[in-house]
Design a protein around this ligand. Structure first.
Ligand code: FES
Length: 109
């Protein structure tokens, strides 16, 4: 069963904003740590998660804001991003953990 965006009364610690053309989707996370792969549980998430393990590139995102809140890419992700010709502001959502609010755009739609 898919989740819907949080409407908890608890104050969100992290906000994930996804921009896609003229639409903006915001997810409020009541944690100080979040794995972007878990966005796949939200039924309205516009990011495609296919393999969820650094093989397909479907989850490629461009970081619009909050790059410093991301974990550093490990050697496997770095190598795959290089093979895709990804920019320094691009990451694989399935390999990304964040510790603060971010704004991202899906690259593959
Ligand atoms: S879902 Fe395949 S690389 Fe992220």
């Amino acid at each position: 069963m898919k989740n819907t965006p949080s409407s908890s009364r608890l104050e969100a610690k992290i906000q994930v904003t996804i921009k896609l053309e003229d639409k903006v989707q915001t997810y409020k996370i009541n944690s100080s740590y979040f794995n972007l792969r878990d966005l796949s549980s939200f039924e309205d998430c516009p990011i495609n998660f296919c393999c969820s393990n650094c093989h397909c590139g479907a989850c490629l995102i461009r970081v619009v804001d909050g790059l410093s809140n991301f974990n550093l890419p490990d050697s496997i992700e770095k190598s795959f991003l290089d093979s895709l010709g990804a920019g320094s502001d691009e990451r694989l959502a399935c390999r990304s953990q964040i510790t603060g609010s971010v704004t991202i755009e899906p690259v593959m739609v």
